[in-house]
Ligand binder design. Structure first.
Ligand code: AMP
Ligand code: GLY
Length: 418
């Protein structure tokens, strides 16, 4: 397993349930993965070292969590060495690593998305911006760890984003090109599917909370919590997502000569009339995975093998009807600056049926678990309803503590439907 967040802990937890998984290694992992697998001190970006270590340890299947190694071609590298790896090749991962590419793909193949124009020239982008109505969305082309999108309420704010992306290059090369796109109103949902390049099997969807404070206030984070299923996810919506987004996108990638194998993640905006794509990601979501995989009843190793060996159509993938809620415990100050190295207490005091997935944690000299990052843990419960799962999580959270521990109080607090 390549990665070290709560998403990767969850994937490892699920893989470990398979009778096919004899031994699991995680690079770099965290204090949580150390309890169920062997951590390896290798960065997710050191593709050569990962491949060499995988060979030396006779690792016969590698699973990639984060987007950066995918965008850097880890899958191509492993495949050239004849090693099995789960995830899209570099050319396919471009669906996430270039918003200009993914927009052009959607426009060419009729996949529903916001109207937009791409620019590589600052002056032309600025001129275009001045004629747009508000709000307006400015997106950097490349990977930006959630910092590449500005939903601007005013033209000066939008121009500020342009200057920061294209002129002062705050995101480096990721801002060489930008997309300017219409604002879409509605409800956001993260949709996921497995694909072997041809067959497409949907997963259960989830909703993510990106802002740091309650009521969706404050700066964007990597995600402060998640739940599944969304209350508005009807069978009709499931069909729309599969037939108008997921299947056509996998078919479009194949037509473009970029066979897409792995997990396709569609960030969608849904309103009364439309279901449109905001962005695609080339991997599982974080923190969505923490509430999606606990609902998966089928052996994940078998699904991954079916993807790699192109027989996903033969797999019967089953999901539990339970709802699942996950709340992220973060270090005080995150997503700004924060301190780490504080002991975490109460990890074993939560109810036995809860799941505590680690993100930024490390093991201290005395074997104690310490904080080691901005997002520290995702605590997850399931229940018959979202409300029941939510209550279980929040009833247990006071048992876990570390200095500066912060979490949102309104994850999965569902508003009345309009
Ligand atoms: P993205 O990385 O493209 O998913 O954008 C990050 C966030 O910006 C999304 O989760 C939305 O909340 C918001 N966003 C992106 N594009 C749009 C859009 N066209 N209209 C409204 N909100 C958007
Ligand atoms: N939950 C947002 C992401 O995984 O990109």
């Amino acid at each position: 397993m390549v990665g070290g967040g709560a998403r990767e802990h969850t994937i490892v937890w699920k893989l470990a349930q398979s009778p096919k998984a004899e031994e699991i290694f995680v690079a770099p992992g965290n204090a949580g993965t150390a309890q169920i697998a062997h951590n390896l001190d290798i960065a997710t970006t050191d593709i050569e070292a990962l491949a060499k270590t995988a060979k030396e340890n006779h690792i016969n299947l590698t699973v990639v969590g984060p987007e950066v190694p995918l965008a850097n071609g880890i899958v191509d590298y492993f495949q050239n060495l004849g090693m099995a790896i789960f995830g899209p090749a570099k050319a396919a991962a471009e669906i996430e690593s270039s918003k200009v590419f993914s927009k052009a793909l959607m426009q060419k193949h009729g996949i529903p998305c916001a109207k937009s124009v791409a620019f590589d020239d600052y002056n032309k982008a600025r001129e275009y911006l001045q004629q747009q109505t508000l709000p307006i969305v400015v997106k950097a082309d490349g990977l930006a760890a959630g910092k590449g999108v500005v939903v601007a309420e005013s033209i000066p704010e939008a121009i500020g984003a342009l200057i920061s992306f294209m002129d002062t290059k705050t995101l480096g090369e990721a801002g060489n090109r930008v997309i300017i796109e219409e604002y879409l109103a509605g409800r956001e949902m993260s949709a996921f599917a497995f694909s072997d390049g041809k067959n497409v099997v949907p997963m259960v969807p989830a909703c993510d909370y990106k802002r740091v404070y309650d009521g969706d206030k404050g700066p964007n984070t990597g995600g402060m919590g998640s739940y599944s299923p969304p209350p508005f996810y009807t069978p009709a919506l499931a069909k729309t997502v599969l037939d108008t987004v997921m299947k056509p996108t996998i078919a479009a990638m194949s037509k473009e000569g970029r066979l897409y194998k792995g997990v396709l993640y569609g960030g969608l905006m849904i309103n009364k009339t439309d279901t449109k794509v905001l962005e695609f990601n080339a991997r599982f979501g974080d923190p969505e995975t923490q509430v999606v995989l606990p609902r998966l009843k089928t052996d994940l190793v078998e699904i991954i093998e079916a993807v790699i060996d192109n027989h996903l159509d033969k797999m019967k993938i089953e999901w539990s009807d339970d709802a699942c809620v996950g709340v992220v415990l973060a270090s005080g100050g995150y997503p700004g600056s924060y301190r780490t190295g504080f002991p975490i207490s109460g990890l074993n005091d939560v109810d036995k049926d809860l799941m505590v997935f680690h993100a930024g944690t490390k093991i201290g000299t005395a074997g104690e678990v310490l904080t080691g990052g901005g997002r520290v843990l995702t605590v997850v419960a399931n229940g018959k309803t979202v409300a029941e799962a939510r209550k279980k999580v929040y009833d247990n959270l006071p048992k876990i503590s570390f200095e500066g521990c912060y979490y949102r109080k309104d994850i999965a607090l569902l508003k009345q439907e309009n």
